[in-house]
Design a protein. Structure first.
Length: 262
């Protein structure tokens, strides 16, 4: 139902249900949750990529599986327990300590769109399709879609997608900020692997801390967010990453915007 593969310090997690355009049933949701739990705990891994087999990212929840009582589990945990719990699509209620890239080919719709939104970055093939296709069936966005989509692309554009369910192709996704990188059809995973290699090359305490601060600040006042940012920033300083970086700069490395010599 899923398979994983290590590429250096990157873990590629692939949904492998091509007969259902990689729609996720209950067991697959649990496997995805478990895979990302293991990724987050593995000190030898810095970045994960979520992909789909055979030309499609994910067509959402498997409605046929639901009709056969093998569908996605929908729970109502209290607010203080929901972050970190298993979402209907698996990992969508998790907040990991390391970045995840979505390699999007074909359809990323309904719950598949929500999986892509859960990732930190999205590399989309130019002919990929995003959309709230579940609008037709009365299936709600319950894996963070109504939260993450407006935060990524703004409320007005997100409302157009959420209310109409219309398809958004790769070119438009890049223009509105839904996709971060555009790739030629069939190369989204290749481009994602190159991007993951770049991320893994950076000082990790600093990068992960900046990522954490940017995620946590949504619910904070300005004063709270600035205080938290400073506290998290001192992790990098205390780890000596910052001092080692200053030494590399003094040696002439990485100057002038050069990211290849860090």
């Amino acid at each position: 139902m899923i398979h994983t593969q290590r590429e250096g310090r990157t873990l590629v997690v692939t949904i492998d249900r091509p007969e259902a355009r990689n729609a996720v049933d209950g067991p697959t949701a649990q496997l995805l949750f478990d895979a990302f739990t293991e990724f987050d705990a593995d000190a030898d891994l810095d970045v994960a990529i979520l992909a789909g087999a055979d030309g499609h990212f994910c067509a959402g929840a498997d409605l046929k599986a639901i009709s056969k009582k093998n569908g996605n589990k929908i729970t109502r945990p209290p607010a203080e327990e929901i972050v970190g719990s298993v979402g209907p699509m698996g990992p969508t209620r998790m907040q990991l300590g390391k970045p995840v890239i979505a390699a999007v080919e074909g359809f990323a719709v309904a719950g598949g769109l929500e999986l892509a939104l859960w990732c930190d970055l999205r590399v989309a093939a130019s002919d990929a399709t995003f959309g709230v296709y579940c609008r037709r069936w009365g299936v709600p966005l319950i894996d963070g879609g109504t939260i993450r989509l407006p935060r990524l692309i703004g409320h007005s554009v997100a409302s157009d997608m959420i209310l109409t369910g219309r398809p958004v192709t790769g070119d438009e996704a890049l223009r509105i900020g839904l996709a971060n990188r555009l790739a030629e059809p069939g190369t989204a995973l290749e481009v994602s692997l190159a991007l993951a290699l770049d991320l893994a090359a950076f000082p990790q305490v600093c990068m992960r801390g900046d990522r954490e601060s940017s995620l946590n600040q949504w619910s904070m006042s300005l004063a709270e967010a600035l205080s938290a940012e400073a506290e998290i920033g001192f992790r990098a300083i205390d780890s000596e990453e910052t001092w080692r970086g200053a030494e590399r700069f003094a040696e002439g490395r990485g100057r002038g915007g050069d990211f290849d010599d860090i």
